[in-house]
Design a protein around this ligand. Structure first.
Ligand code: SAM
Length: 145
């Protein structure tokens, strides 16, 4: 995950969104590594995961918040975030294209989205690292609008 996060070129005061945050490991990692960000919001569809993430991190970390929501209908205004992460998730989302459109909508102009997906049969943009096996490898799509 550190490898992907480095691709985001996180800056001081950045506002970040993590789409499909599970129980919040990425939020903790980012705040520890980039303590000068403005904030990071983790969003997940499953209330249990969000509650667990809140129990684990939200009270200690003032810059971290968790919200329950759908990647295909993000509960945020347009152009809000500097960086958006969506890792290991699109294969779980019923409307992946809609989720990508939503990520674009909430990104600021010149914001960066990191969409990482492990697909065995497709590659959007590969890292320069060699594939881990013969069938396929992790795809990473770093978009700047
Ligand atoms: C494999 S986990 C990835 C978690 C995290 N991004 C990571 O890299 O560890 C997939 C997550 O997507 C969430 N999810 C599935 N469909 C979703 C949707 N439509 N909107 C938001 N979250 C969703 C699941 O609840 C689960 O926590």
């Amino acid at each position: 995950m550190e490898y992907y996060i480095a691709k985001l070129t996180i800056q001081d005061n950045d506002q970040l969104l993590d789409v499909d945050c599970n129980t919040g490991d990425t939020e903790k990692l980012i705040v520890d590594q980039y303590p000068k960000i403005h904030s990071i919001i983790g969003l997940d569809y499953e209330e249990q995961r969000i509650n667990r993430a809140k129990q684990r991190w939200e009270q200690d970390e003032k810059k971290v918040a968790f919200v329950q929501g759908d990647a295909a209908d993000l509960p945020f205004e347009d152009n809000r975030f500097d960086k958006v992460i969506c890792a290991e998730t699109l294969e779980w989302v019923k409307e992946p294209l809609r989720a990508i459109q939503e990520i674009r909508r909430v990104l600021k102009p010149n914001g960066i989205a990191l969409i990482q997906h492990t697909g065995w049969d497709q590659t959007v943009y590969t890292t320069k690292r060699p594939p881990k096996n013969e069938r396929g490898h992790s795809s990473i799509c770093r978009c700047r609008y």
